[in-house]
Design a protein around this ligand. Structure first.
Ligand code: 13P
Length: 261
């Protein structure tokens, strides 16, 4: 049975001085049986967040990781450096694709490193507005999945806990969220793409999240869809009231799907 995951992507927000307090507040206000909660702060805030949430059922993730283990890569952070700090990692976020020029091929190499190092990856995919307006969203997302996953062992990636986040670029940070039905259609398309890569059984096991202007008000629309297994939340994840509302709704879904223990 697939888990319900609510992952907070804090992006380039918070400092080591304030991240621990925010994470602690979120940990106490988001308790949600059956919901996997993850906070992904900036690298320099990982230790503060780890300490603040220790023993409180919240997991910690990085927002990216380098594809090499060590070497002359100024400013980068590798998988071994995250040991003891993070157990999850976001890969291929559209902001990294757009601002850091990340390609599907590079993201695939990061995925290999993350899995080998025991990090649980959240692989982000999603189309830009022009692609959606041209009706090309399934094709674009399918190509992203193929580019990052082709040739890799689906059972190993599923066993490593791979999560796919469908984040349409036009919905990120814009206040213009996709419709629940669109997210559900894309979750189906993602599983169809995985099956076409030879993933058959693993395709059904991989959680698919929606991301893009998720709030405590619209989360209902996404979690009402049986193919959507949670959310990757940006701006609203920095607001305790918002993320508390999102996790409370997710707890209802977890109970309805028989996940709450
Ligand atoms: P917003 O929730 O701010 O739109 O960001 C979504 C996102 O990019 C999460 O990774």
């Amino acid at each position: 049975m697939r888990p319900i995951v609510i992952a907070a992507n804090w992006k380039m927000n918070t400092t080591p001085a304030d991240a621990g307090e925010l994470a602690g507040t979120i940990a106490s206000r988001t308790q949600a049986p059956g919901v996997t909660r993850v906070i992904c702060p900036p690298f320099v805030c990982l230790a503060a967040v780890r300490d603040a949430v220790a023993g409180r059922g919240v997991e910690v993730g990085a927002q990216d990781v380098h594809h090499e283990l060590a070497g002359a890569y100024t400013g980068e952070v590798s998988v071994p450096m995250l040991a003891g700090l993070a157990t999850w990692v976001i890969l291929g976020h559209s902001e990294r694709r757009a601002y850091a020029g990340e390609t599907d091929e590079l993201i695939g190499r990061k995925l290999d490193r993350a899995v080998a190092g025991g990090l649980r990856p959240i692989l982000c995919v999603g189309e830009v507005l022009a692609e959606r307006e041209a009706g090309r969203e399934v094709e674009v997302v399918g190509a992203q999945l193929r580019g990052a996953l082709d040739g890799r062992d689906p059972q190993a990636l599923a066993a490593a806990g791979l999560v796919i986040a469908y984040e349409p670029v036009w919905a990120i940070g814009t206040g213009r969220n996709a419709r629940g039905a669109d997210a559900a259609a894309m979750a189906t398309a993602i599983r169809t793409s995985l099956a076409a890569l030879g993933w058959e059984s693993a395709a059904a096991e991989v959680p698919v999240l929606y991301g893009g202007s998720v709030t405590s008000t619209n989360i209902e629309e996404f979690l009402a869809e049986p193919g959507v297994d949670g959310a990757l939340v940006g701006g609203a994840s920095l607001k305790p009231d918002e993320i508390a509302g999102i996790c409370a709704r997710a707890a209802l879904t977890a109970a309805a799907r028989g996940l709450a223990s």
